[in-house]
Design a protein around this ligand. Structure first.
Ligand SMILES: *Cc1c(COP(=O)(O)O)cnc(C)c1O
Length: 238
């Protein structure tokens, strides 16, 4: 089931890229495995899926350890590339150490204090933690995310932190009533992304615009997403 679902999602991504005149290789798929077990992740890995997203930090860490244990036992067998883990949920200060020690990416950074703790706590033997800033692009009720007005200043500060690498922006807009409306809100995130890159204030341009989920990945790709985060269409309803 997961393998077939993955194929359907990959087909949706390809179709959306072709419709938008984009290279299908320009959009990465993040499989959001929250609430599903390590066995589901391993099923997806057996079909070549590598990147996984988790919302709840303790649940994510338990799963990462289980999957990495499985990988150690199956060295040399497919999948030959290790899993890559993205924290996409809210982070309280008392959870930053777990994130810094276990995840490869964190997409939900929305204030400097959390970024500073993540940088300080990132173990020296690991590569820098890859970071996206979560932007509250539509002022939605979730309230998480830096405001669009403050995003550039936060990006500049985060890019200075030694153990973090700023990769881009992430957004979770409220569900839109139709395709055109979804495109419009994603386009605002894409414009902000371009505007910050063009301002020339970062040591390195951002390369990741993480937006689009099961319901709106086509609209997000149309607007310029480089990473869609898909849970339900791969693993089923939660
Ligand atoms: C749960 C979640 C997703 C995946 O949502 P689906 O609608 O199941 O595809 C993507 N991004 C974030 C931040 C999430 O919390």
């Amino acid at each position: 089931m997961i393998v077939r679902n993955l194929q359907l999602v990959r087909d949706r991504i390809t179709t959306a890229c072709v419709a938008a005149g984009r290279d299908p290789a320009s959009v990465r798929l993040l499989a959001v495995s929250k609430t599903f077990g390590a066995d589901a992740v391993i099923d997806a890995m057996s079909d070549g899926q590598r990147a996984f997203g988790e919302n709840y930090i303790q649940e994510g860490v338990d799963k990462i350890l289980a999957v990495r244990g499985w990988e150690a036992d199956h060295l040399g067998l497919p999948p030959s590339r290790p899993s890559e883990w993205h924290c996409i949920g809210p982070i309280q200060s008392n959870k930053t150490r777990l994130v810094a020690e276990h995840f490869d990416w964190v997409q939900s950074v929305d204030r400097l204090k959390i970024a500073q703790r993540l940088s300080e706590q990132r173990p020296p033997h690991l590569p820098p933690l890859q970071v996206c800033l979560q932007v509250n692009i539509d002022g939605g009720a979730t309230k998480s995310g830096v405001t669009p007005q403050d995003a550039q200043a936060l990006a500049v500060e985060v890019a200075r932190l030694p153990r973090l690498q700023l990769r881009g922006l992430m957004s979770i807009p409220e569900p839109a009533p139709h395709f055109v409306a979804a495109c419009a809100v994603h386009k605002r995130a894409a414009d902000l992304f371009d505007q910050i890159n063009r301002a020339g204030v970062l040591p390195q341009a951002m390369d990741t615009l993480s937006m689009g989920m099961t319901a709106d990945l086509e609209a997000a790709i149309h607007a310029g997403s480089t990473m869609v985060r898909v849970g339900t269409a791969i693993f089923g309803a939660r």
